[in-house]
Design a protein around this ligand. Structure first.
Ligand code: CMC
Length: 429
């Protein structure tokens, strides 16, 4: 803490509030005593000026386009790290030694299977169910299977639940995919990497051996790393809010999945590819740019803009390079990639997008890659959820261990009717 104070001149007098300093990034005004002292709340819908917690996991400088996990830049992690190493880093704060990494990877691999009975849950869903609908339900249902890891006051149980969630999420997402195809569920193969196992679960069939293409595996590893955590985004805040009431971790992650599904958040990767397909050809780009700028039209360029980044999303740069790599390896010439690149260039030079600092975000190119790999669009957000689970559990663990943690309970500016007397139905006009 600094000695700095923020002085506020309010109707009840002058009040000083402590200014808290992080290791990097904007200082924050600690207004915890504001209501008690003044009887006033602050008003900040969308939390655009509100820090909801203290965290040491992820740092974003939106103006400069910087994303650090535990201090390490995202591009270095995407280039050099494995998903298991990144998961360890997010959960434990430091890069693991070789021994720690081997132990961690082994532990995760011991949890990749789901209870056999869980398979019957899937059969209750319609064949055309969205995978995110299935994931909300099935992940929530995990709390009814793993009673031995739902005591959140026990750090050991918290870690077991975290390992289970990280390990089982690819199995569950792949089962949702297989169910939609009418193909048999695959069992995990623990000798493969986290990413290799996920690809085999999705694209393998029990009738024949399956090989994982290393270029595709590398691309998926990058996609998972790029999506693993992003500080207090909507779904992470949802997980924290759900967890603040003492709810069990499986229920909290199911809440996070529900929030991620929305098109303004994780659902944007699906929406971005659908939009690029709808545009179809570079000739139609001006029409869509005009629509995005038209205040009367609700259309937005999906995969563009971000609450925090007012510069290039550093994840989008890695994603764009990966898209080129994958399409080259698979020898695919996808007109959607041409539309994406041209659209990006036009938007980056357009005054509307320049003034509002709207740049491509992580979801702009990820759909092109996932489509080339063979995933249908409705699986995109489910794969995002697989990766983000590690961020969710890291943030959830951090919150539970925080001595300042309280139930999340925002207040409101009430604008409804004032007190009035009940009118019986026969007396209402
Ligand atoms: N296309 C056209 N105009 C846009 C866009 C866009 N994609 N994004 C923002 N704007 C405009 C918006 O109309 C507003 O204009 P004005 O100031 O004239 O009212 C201004 O830019 C600021 O937008 P905002 O909605 O107030 O900003 P926000 O921080 O609340 O929203 C966002 C951020 C990501 C929801 C928004 O940019 C958006 O809807 N983008 C498209 C969806 C998307 O790609 N989401 C993925 C985000 S990254 C991955 C993730 O978080 O899961």
């Amino acid at each position: 803490m600094t000695d700095k104070k923020a002085s506020m001149s309010l109707p009840g007098g002058n009040f000083d509030y402590p200014v808290l300093e992080g290791t990097v990034g904007p200082e924050v005004i600690d207004i915890r005593k504001l209501y008690g002292q003044t009887g006033m709340f602050t008003y900040d819908p969308g939390f655009t000026s509100t820090a909801s917690c203290e965290s040491a996991i992820t740092y974003i400088d939106g103006e400069k386009g910087i994303l650090l996990h535990r201090g390490y830049p995202i591009d270095q992690l995407a280039e050099n790290s494995t998903f298991m190493e990144l998961s360890y880093l997010l959960l434990h704060g430091e890069l693991p030694s070789k021994k720690e990494l081997d132990q961690f990877s082994y532990t995760i691999s011991r949890h990749t299977m789901v209870h056999e009975q869980l398979a019957s849950f899937f059969r209750g869903f319609r064949r055309d169910a969205h995978p995110m609908a299935i994931m909300c339900g099935v992940v929530g249902a995990l709390s009814s299977f793993y009673h031995d890891s739902t005591d959140i006051t026990d750090p050991e149980q918290r870690m077991i639940a975290s390992h289970r969630l990280i390990a089982k999420m690819p199995t569950i997402a792949a089962m949702a995919f297989k169910y939609s195809l009418g193909q048999p569920f695959m069992y995990p193969q623990n000798s493969l990497s986290f990413t290799g196992n996920c690809l085999r679960l999705c694209f393998g069939v029990p009738a024949e051996p399956s090989e994982v293409n290393p270029v595709i595996e590398r691309a998926m590893r990058r996609i998972f790393i790029l999506h693993a955590d992003h500080e207090q985004n909507a779904s992470t805040s949802t997980v924290r809010l759900a967890g603040s009431s003492g709810a069990n971790p499986f229920a909290c992650i199911a809440a996070g999945i529900a929030c991620l599904w929305g098109p303004a958040h994780g659902g944007a990767n699906e929406a971005a590819l659908n939009m690029l397909r709808e545009i179809g050809t570079t000739k139609r780009i001006p029409e869509y740019i005009a629509r995005a700028k038209d205040k009367e039209d609700p259309f937005r360029l999906m995969g563009f803009g971000h609450r925090v980044y007012k510069n290039f999303d550093p994840r989008a740069k890695v994603m764009k390079a990966t898209a080129d790599e994958v399409l080259k390896e698979l020898n695919i010439s996808d007109p959607v990639l041409d539309v994406a690149k041209e659209l990006e260039q036009i938007a980056l030079h357009d005054d509307y997008f320049i003034e509002k600092k709207l740049y491509p975000n992580v979801d702009f190119y990820s759909g092109v890659i996932l489509n080339a790999i063979g995933f249908p669009t409705d699986m995109f957000t489910a794969l995002f959820a697989v990766a983000r689970t590690v961020g969710w559990v890291a943030q959830w663990n951090e919150m539970i261990a925080d001595p300042d943690q309280k139930i999340g309970r925002p207040r409101q500016l009430y604008v409804g009717a004032t007190q009035r007397d009940y009118v019986p139905v026969d007396k209402r006009g």
